[in-house]
Ligand binder design. Sequence first.
Ligand SMILES: Nc1ncnc2c1ncn2[C@@H]1O[C@H](COP(=O)(O)OP(=O)(O)OP(=O)(O)O)[C@@H](O)[C@H]1O
Length: 230
Amino acid sequence: MIAIEHLHKRYGDVVAVEDVSFTVEPNEIFGIIGTNGAGKTTTVECLTGVRTADGGRLVMLGLDPATQRDEIRRRVGVQLQSSHLPDRLSVREALQLYASFYEDPRDPDELIELLGLQHRAGARYGKLSGGEKQRVSVGLALVGRPQVAVLDELTTGLDPHARREVWTLIERLKLEGLTVILVSHFMDEVERLCDRVAVIHKGRVVALDTPSRLAAHGRLEDAFLELTTV
Ligand SMILES: Nc1ncnc2c1ncn2[C@@H]1O[C@H](COP(=O)(O)OP(=O)(O)OP(=O)(O)O)[C@@H](O)[C@H]1O
């Protein structure tokens, strides 16, 4: 359903992704972890058609990201970087706007509540705190009732309460059948949410397993540090 085979991507002389392969099963929460600059964002951007791969084969829901980007956009929710929204839109207006792009969207007000943004629903986007903007970006990725959500740094900048609310939301949507690709730097997040996790290092997958098997009998963070120190 979702497959990457030998993805290769460079920016000029910089090789961002050397050789990455993995598959994601339906209804799985698949984590991608790695050091800064390892190639995680580039990998998911190629998979969603935001960037074009230089080599390898990519399949997203049976579609080719290089040529079927519009269809992928209808079925895959991508967490956008916050700066893409006009500052004067309110939280509710932003979610309503995105909802209007889809045939069967989620109720924006229900999402606002699930994201803990009720008290900020009428506030302009430009006046929100970093963590509030982050919650809006999660909402925008989910409002179209996507089959797959690609969430890049889902909870970066969120306070501990908000992180737990967002995790609960993702778990709830998984029960409804959502498949998730989650790029994260947080080992606790990966351990709580992910069925399997790929460790990407210098543009290659250096490990791929369940969080508990990756951690073996120690801590996931120690296993991660060991895998990404070379
Ligand atoms: N638009 C770009 N132009 C040139 N080089 C880029 C561009 N985007 C990323 N890179 C480089 O490609 C490599 C991989 O970047 P990428 O953003 O995919 O890493 P990442 O694993 O997501 O990192 P982080 O954890 O810091 O977000 C890095 O060396 C980065 O500097």
